[in-house]
Design a protein around this ligand. Structure first.
Ligand SMILES: Cc1cc2nc3c(=O)[nH]c(=O)nc-3n(C[C@H](O)[C@H](O)[C@H](O)COP(=O)(O)OP(=O)(O)OC[C@H]3O[C@@H](n4cnc5c(N)ncnc54)[C@H](O)[C@@H]3O)c2cc1C
Length: 386
């Protein structure tokens, strides 16, 4: 659904005025503190009517459009305000629950996901199934009104904080591999679940291994049809590639704008250092490409065309911009990169080094760049499968 430009402009004004008055939190470097602060912020945004902007009111949203949603993301970044913490629920799993869930599931899960009362994680990858996700081997066996789930997941972001997990399991071991998978909504407090953190190069332990040992999951928590989970998994992955791109673009724009503003005031030797200038120029171009691509994505979202192979183009363009922008800023920090508490040129070295390290993961999470290129070649260009 599209609305008049004036309507979105009025909404933007309202959001800007609210943000100007709001107590906008910072972004602590420590993971636990960051999580707590940004979760409270999500609740503040929810109470003020700025969460689930494009979702129906009945499920806790505001009943507006994707145009309003993206105007708000713009304003959030402009105010140097952080994103809400529950992004896996908001941008990845929630939209699939909205699209494929029953009304009972939507009413039960979506409002709590929007307010940050429930944090979600995504239990897709396994030690033996990442790029070839359909080879997953976590088993869910029917037992009366329940499934009994046993297996292991890995790289599960925020599993240690999550109340719920969107879990892919094999429910039919004899069917073809894409056809025997179900999408379960699993209560992380269920007996039989063990979560073990993995420390990343940023120093954070944001993702985890998750072990499931005879975990009982009610049939009522199957999303969509039993054995019909693959279609929903593709939807979830597509949204991870599309919606997140829209959000992240504005954050990168704001980061680079800050860096360029700082560069203008830097000592001449630093300001005109050829390597710094080259990296900043590259980053600017990457962001212009990303901007053009996200305009097309917004149009697709407004046409409600759903997730699809075009999301892989978004993901590839974002990967590039993410890594190029973070590298440009790291270059600008120069030797201060190794001093996390420093503020060379007024830039927060700790934050930017963290983001630079994290940006290395951009070409892996949500499906690697190689896999996205395969999707573009096979599904967009119709080339034969490799
Ligand atoms: C920061 C971060 C957060 C993550 N969060 C989550 C999460 O919350 N939930 C979750 O389920 N997963 C998560 N993941 C996991 C992520 O989805 C997987 O790492 C990714 O899908 C790749 O799988 P893999 O690590 O098993 O690599 P593999 O599949 O083993 O791939 C190894 C290499 O081989 C290449 N390769 C594999 N197959 C092909 C092919 N057919 N053609 C060409 N090249 C190929 C890959 O591109 C890659 O370079 C996260 C990953 C990261 C880095």
């Amino acid at each position: 659904m599209r609305v008049a430009v004036e309507e979105v402009a009025a909404f933007r004004e309202r959001a800007r005025a609210w943000l100007a008055e709001a107590e906008v939190p910072g972004t602590p470097l420590g993971l636990d503190e960051r999580f707590a602060v940004h979760r409270r912020w999500q609740r503040t945004l929810y109470d003020a009517g700025f969460m689930g902007i494009a979702w129906p009111r009945r499920f806790g949203g505001q009943g507006l459009t994707a145009q309003h949603q993206f105007a708000f993301v713009d304003e959030l970044v402009r105010a140097h305000a952080p994103a809400p913490i529950g992004l896996i629920g908001l941008d990845v799993v929630g939209p699939s629950i909205h699209a494929f869930g029953t009304d009972v599931q939507r009413e039960r899960f979506l409002p709590r996901l929007l307010s940050g009362a429930d944090i979600w994680c995504q239990g897709f990858s396994e030690p033996g199934a990442g790029s070839d996700l359909a080879s997953l081997s976590t088993r869910a066996e029917p037992d009366g009104d329940e499934f009994v789930v046993t297996g292991a997941k890995v790289w599960t972001s925020w599993a240690h904080e999550a109340a719920w997990c969107a879990l892919l399991c094999r429910t039919n071991p004899t069917a073809r591999k894409h056809e025997g998978i179900s999408y379960l909504l699993v209560d992380m407090a269920s007996p039989g679940i063990t979560v073990r953190p993995i420390t990343q190069m940023t120093g954070d332990a944001e993702f985890n291994e998750v072990f499931l040992d005879h975990v009982r999951v009610p049939r009522a928590n199957v999303l969509g049809e039993v054995d019909g989970g693959w279609r929903i998994a593709l939807d979830t992955l597509g949204r991870e590639r599309g919606s997140y791109t829209m959000r992240r673009r504005v954050e990168l724009e704001a980061g680079l704008a800050d860096a360029v503003a700082q560069l203008r005031t830097a000592p001449p030797a630093r300001r005109s250092h050829p390597r710094v200038l080259e990296e900043i120029g590259r980053a600017h171009v990457a962001l212009r490409v990303l901007e053009a691509q996200t305009r097309r994505t917004l149009t697709r979202m407004l046409d409600e065309s759903g997730a699809g192979p075009l999301d892989s183009v978004d993901k590839l363009v974002l990967n590039d911009a993410e890594q190029v922008v973070c590298r440009a800023i790291a270059e600008l920090l120069g030797p201060f990169r190794v001093v996390p508490q420093s503020r060379p040129l007024g830039l927060d070295a700790g934050r930017w080094v963290h983001d630079h390290y994290y940006s290395r993961a951009a070409s892996i999470y949500g499906g690697t760049s190689q896999i996205q290129r395969n999707i573009v070649a096979e599904r967009l260009l119709g080339l034969p499968r490799g």
